[in-house]
Design a protein around this ligand. Sequence first.
Ligand code: AGP
Length: 593
Amino acid sequence: MCGIVGYIGVRQAQPVLFSCLKRLEYRGYDSCGIAVAGSRIEICKDAVRVAALEKSAPQLAGATGIGHTRWATHGAPSLINAHPHPDCSGKIVVVHNGIINNYQSLRKQLTAEGHQFISETDTEVIPHLVEKYYRGDLEKAVEATLKEIDGSYAIIVLAANESKLIVARRGGPLIIGVGDGENFIASDVPAVLDYTNRVIYLEDDDMGVITADSVKVKRDGVEVSRKEDKILWSMEDAQKGGYEHFMLKEIHEQPKVIRDTLIGWVSLSEEEFDLASMCGGIESMLILACGTSYHAALVGKYIMEEFLSIPIRVELASEFNYYAQALAKTGAIVITQSGETADTLKAMKKLKSVGCRVLAITNVLGSSASRIADHTIYTRAGPEISVAATKSFVAQLMVLYWLAVSYSRVDARRLADMIIQIKQLPEKVQQVLDNEDKIIESARYLSKFENVFFIGRGINYPLALEGALKLKEISYIHAEGYAAGELKHGPFALLCEKTPVIAIVAKDSTYDAMLSSIKEVKARGSPVIVLTEEGDEAVEELVDTVITLPQVDPVLSPVVNAVALQLLAYYVARKRGCPIDFPRNLAKSVTVE
Ligand code: AGP
């Protein structure tokens, strides 16, 4: 998820581009750049934040330009990989948000035709394709280019001696900010609100020809009309896409995150990464992480032991550094959203120092973890602004499912069924998001308590831990997650009508034992709220409040349960008036030990 902008009008483009880009940094901020068309096109870009580039940039004269702030997916953050990207002549320049799936084959073909590539990005194929088809008509050249690329995109094309900008979208958001004698283009509304609140939303497969005085939108070469909306949101609201908090916005992004990660599966299997070669000669596997990523690691253990039939050990990275462990013949996976968590990085260095092969699963390209690891798999969650990890957790689970499915040793029919179910997950998660009423009601009830327990068994024991962590970190309620079987070994002493229990029930081998645990908890006077799949009459008879979730294979239930638990914590914190996105005493990336 990057932010792209364009301007064509009467003002000097440079200051407009920088101010619009600064409003989009919540979409990505690892590098940025602008290109301005004056007597010729000049590009200024680097692996810095927008404000830093604005300070160091030379004066680029011209009233037409494009800009980009990046969230790297292909090619680590660097000056070379930053956008805009030019063609060989430097006369055609492009900014892009999205992922071109077939970029490797296009690159090979264009290189054979004499085009020189300088970056590692997927985007760079676009300006070279436009160059290939350009015969004086920029619109036609872009139309021909769009026919060749497969993937998601929002693009703006700037060309020398052309008093227009060409834009197009498929899968990436794009809006036009309408001005008087000038027009603005951007990935999202916040970018243009300082200049205009008249906005046209482009739809998928729209292509636009934008001049200073006109906006023309086409579909399959035919002109179509698009209505102009008047935006009444504040800047902050706009950056949250109309949601009250980044956390709620990020929770609602999860169906798309799962789809993007599934699309990523294709390119993952194309890349050289091969778990088998990485695991060659290893006798045990270790997964290390902290916080929410540690809970993903625990779910990973259940998934990978079932599908790969290899023993998996999961350790807290912050504790691992004190173990005198025999690590010979050990392969390690580290999971870290930010890629900068000090405890996790220290553990990685310890592993490397004793010759362990390390695979990192991270959300940030070019992060320290990706530099230390032997191999890196990137989650496709996009930038996560809210301190509480939500979409990054689900994206981590999707990568762990991919590893399990790709190297699975289970029978083909089980595997085929699993893949079908995984592809249905975006819709299942959308169902959870569309039916949040019961969760809001339960949250209102829970918000008045100061102590809450979460219980689960098997693959949902880590979800009990995650549910408790989410509630703790944003609502300041003291919450504990427990393996349900552990309650009778002590915590039972704390159960009473003031200590509600959230029980996570799945239709797997833990089902009957979970029902007994619920009965034992109720017998000690605690109110019980259960998360279970729709149509579970046995549970409905048993407890006060049931949050029903769409039916999925129990191995996939952590995904729908995670979303429900995130919403529960969010609405409890909202009811209690907590500063949800930036809770006290916490940081998004913990860079100290
Ligand atoms: C989760 O909501 C917290 N932000 C925190 O526990 C986090 O998961 C932990 O600090 C690990 O961060 P990482 O995934 O970036 O390494």
